[in-house]
Design a protein. Structure first.
Length: 79
């Protein structure tokens, strides 16, 4: 199952993406303020890896990355 990080907690994706929207189930989120308008949700990062997202969608990491549109906010970290 695919998850998104909201306020430091994993929330399951509740349905298919539509245009630029992704429904997320925040029912079990301890602090609902973390899901307020303007708050950040992490789709791919240190706690949810590209490999985890790819496995949940039966894709490769390259397919996931190439499928992301140019309107996503990206933050790159040097390692």
């Amino acid at each position: 199952m695919l998850h998104v990080l909201v306020g430091g907690h994993r929330c399951p994706v509740a349905g298919p993406a539509s245009l630029d929207l992704l429904p997320i189930d925040i029912t079990d989120l301890p602090d609902m303020r973390a899901a307020a308008v303007g708050e950040m949700a992490t789709l791919i990062g240190s706690e949810i890896t590209i490999d985890e997202v790819a496995a949940a969608r039966d894709m490769t990491g390259a397919e996931v990355l190439s499928g992301l549109g140019n309107r996503f906010h990206r933050i790159y970290y040097a390692t």
